[in-house]
Design a protein around this ligand. Structure first.
Ligand code: ATP
Length: 136
C-alpha cells in the first residue's frame, strides 16, 4: 500500500469545500490516516515548494498558500498517488476535466497563482518528503 500527502489549499478551506473534497477521497475508497488544519509557516512552504524556487509564480504561490489555513492529510491506498492526482484533475482548473475536483469546483480567478483547491504528491519520493514536512 502507498501513502500520499493531500493539501486542501486556502481557497478550498475558505470556500468551505473541505468536506466535499475529503468525501470524494473517501468515496473513492482511500483511507485518511492523518488529518489537521494548519496555518503554514513560510519555512514549511519554502520546503514544500523547493522545486519551484526561482520560478515567476514561486513568491505569489508561497504568499497564497500562507494566506489562510490549509487542511493537510495523509491518504492511504494502493496506487493512491496516481489515483488522487486523477481525482484532482490537471493543474489548471479552467481545463481540468469535469468529474475531477479542480474541474468541478475550480475556476480561473484572474490572479497570478492558479488557485486550484488541492495538492497531491507526485511520486513516492515526494510523498515521503512532503509527509515529513507537514507531519514532522
Ligand atoms: P500540485 O503540485 O499543487 O498538486 P501540480 O503538480 O499540478 O499541482 P505544480 O506544477 O507542482 O502543480 O505547481 C504547484 C502549484 O503552483 C500549482 O498547483 C499551482 O497552484 C501553482 N502554479 C503552477 N504553475 C503555475 C503557473 N504557470 N502560474 C501560476 N501558478 C502556477
Amino acid at each position: 500500500t502507498e501513502r500520499t500527502l493531500v493539501l486542501v489549499k486556502p481557497d478550498g478551506v475558505e470556500r468551505g469545500l473541505t468536506g466535499q473534497i475529503l468525501a470524494r477521497i473517501e468515496a473513492k475508497g482511500y483511507k485518511i490516516v492523518e488529518l489537521k488544519l494548519v496555518q503554514a509557516t513560510r519555512d514549511i512552504l519554502e520546503k514544500h515548494y523547493e522545486e519551484h524556487q526561482g520560478k515567476p509564480f514561486f513568491e505569489p504561490l508561497v504568499e497564497f498558500m500562507g494566506s489562510g489555513p490549509v487542511v493537510a492529510a495523509v491518504v492511504e491506498g494502493n496506487r493512491v498517488i496516481e489515483g488522487f492526482r486523477s481525482l484532482a484533475g490537471s493543474t489548471e482548473p479552467t481545463t481540468a476535466p469535469p468529474g475531477t475536483i479542480r474541474g468541478d469546483l475550480g475556476r480561473d480567478w484572474g490572479e497570478k497563482v492558479q488557485k486550484n483547491l488541492v495538492h497531491g504528491s507526485d511520486s513516492p519520493e515526494s510523498a515521503d518528503r512532503e509527509i515529513g514536512i507537514w507531519f514532522a
